[in-house]
Design a protein around this ligand. Structure first.
Ligand SMILES: Cc1cc2nc3c(=O)[nH]c(=O)nc-3n(C[C@H](O)[C@H](O)[C@H](O)COP(=O)(O)OP(=O)(O)OC[C@H]3O[C@@H](n4cnc5c(N)ncnc54)[C@H](O)[C@@H]3O)c2cc1C
Length: 416
């Protein structure tokens, strides 16, 4: 069924009894052309674009929990395309353009809200770095505005402009950045893929990768063996575990990232604002809760929970930026597992193993990339060549020394 104002109206007249399930719950078939491991945003988007753009519909998405139970349903929902480097900028701008048409495209309300993203700067050096980044964005046709202190104050008067350690001098704004309701993205892509014939198989964990003469032929799962022509890994924080089933060691570390939501408040932040002197970012949800987060927990972990040291660190950074936060009650916090790559950039590539494709290394910026990642991964799987905006995301860059280090921070996961 296509969702529309008319279908809402007609179903309202019939007591809302006409709505069917948004996607099926099929049993796995013995063989698919493509099996995708991971029913997160990237896996589901890949399935959607494989079916819609490349006509490959004999596809299964195999998810160990329920779809959206991973990072796609745990992130702070921020989207932006404010990148400096040539290898990144066109890809994230493709993603932004796909976000802009996504709800019409997959016929689902994902609450795409281009409310603007402001990155604050606190020193002359940081202003110069942001000016450079803004110029690079504009050269790539991406919108960017450098705001001075008074322009930021007019937008966000509650910030601590005169903080003794971190005085705010201004900000770099991308007006087209903003937020998207994260789990609706998973649901919209799932429904769109299912409508085109993709099987979404939940509660089905991949436990092994079967190979014959070196080439991948299928996966062992908790629902039995599923054969495939091509196997696509999109397991985010569990990428290294799944790749290990094919004896691959990835240049990734898994770390927890936590996020927080406060009690509901009257609307007072109408954009996304980030602290430039530490790691803190904040927006306000439509229900009024402040949604915020900070840095990863420093140690490696596959557990979807964090610890109190990082909670304290986030609270400190938040209060340095918005002193009024000290009076706000936090309702919930949670964690997700990040696939931190050693240069902070993702991997979308074929592997050295026949029929095995890899999508990982999103660190804590993979939500905004979801549409472009799905599109480019589907392109790679269908055509065996990288999509033109994703040519820098090769796996062998770590061996060849062609890092894509957007922040210039080196191989330190906590600084990406
Ligand atoms: C707290 C937090 C805040 C964040 N904030 C932002 C933000 O504001 N903006 C942004 O751009 N990014 C953000 N991110 C990062 C972003 O959420 C991730 O980079 C992105 O969601 C990862 O891709 P995914 O959606 O496919 O991952 P996931 O949703 O994690 O999907 C991977 C799936 O693979 C499944 N899986 C794993 N192993 C197996 C197996 N063996 N068999 C079957 N299935 C398996 C998992 O269950 C999971 O559902 C944030 C992340 C977190 C945790």
């Amino acid at each position: 069924m296509r969702y529309s104002a008319l279908s809402v109206f007609l179903n309202g007249l019939r007591g809302n009894k006409g709505w069917g399930a948004a996607w099926r719950s099929p049993q796995p078939k013995p063989h698919y052309d493509v099996v995708i491991v991971g029913g997160g945003g990237h896996g589901l988007a890949t399935a959607y674009y494989l079916a819609k753009e490349f006509g490959i519909t004999n596809v299964a998405v195999v998810e160990k929990g329920y779809i959206g139970s991973g990072n796609v349903g745990r992130n702070t929902t921020i989207i932006r395309s404010n990148y400096l480097l040539q290898g990144n900028n066109p890809f994230y701008e493709l993603s932004m353009k796909l976000w802009e048409g996504l709800e019409q495209d997959f016929n689902f309300n994902a609450m795409v809200s281009q409310r603007g993203v402001v990155n604050l700067y606190h020193s002359d050096a940081q202003r110069d770095a942001y000016t450079r980044r803004g110029n690079a964005m504009r050269l790539h046709g991406v919108d960017a505005d450098l705001l001075d202190r008074e322009q930021v104050r007019a937008m966000l008067p509650f910030l601590d402009f005169d903080n003794a350690r971190f005085p705010i001098q201004g900000g770099l704004m991308q007006k087209r950045g903003g937020t998207v309701r994260h789990d609706a993205v998973a649901w919209g892509y799932a429904r769109g893929a299912d409508m085109r014939g993709v099987d979404i198989i939940q509660d089905c964990e991949v436990t092994g990768i079967r190979r014959e003469n070196g080439a991948v032929t299928g996966v062992e799962t908790t629902k039995g063996f599923i054969g495939c022509g091509k196997l696509a890994l999109a397991a985010a924080g569990n990428s290294s575990r799944v790749a290990a089933m094919a004896d691959m060691k990835l240049p990734l570390e898994s770390h927890v990232l936590q996020a927080f939501v406060s009690e509901g408040l009257k609307p007072f932040i109408d954009c996304v604002v980030t602290f430039g002197a530490g790691h803190f970012y904040c927006s306000q949800s439509d229900k009024g809760g402040l949604v915020f987060g900070g840095d990863i927990d420093g140690y490696n972990s596959y557990a979807q929970r964090g610890n109190l040291a990082t909670v304290e660190h986030v609270a400190e950074a938040g209060k340095a930026m918005i002193p009024g936060l000290s009076r706000v009650r936090v309702l919930r916090s949670w964690g997700g597992i990040m696939d931190m790559s050693m240069d902070g950039s993702p991997i979308i590539d074929r592997t050295h193993i026949d029929n095995l494709y890899l999508n990982s290394g999103w660190c804590y910026g993979g939500f905004k990339a979801t549409p472009a990642s799905g599109f480019c991964f589907a392109h790679l799987i269908a055509r065996n060549t990288p999509q033109e905006t994703a040519t820098a995301f090769r796996l062998d860059r770590f061996a060849r020394g062609f890092m894509l280090d957007e922040k210039g921070q080196g191989a330190q996961p906590n600084l990406h």
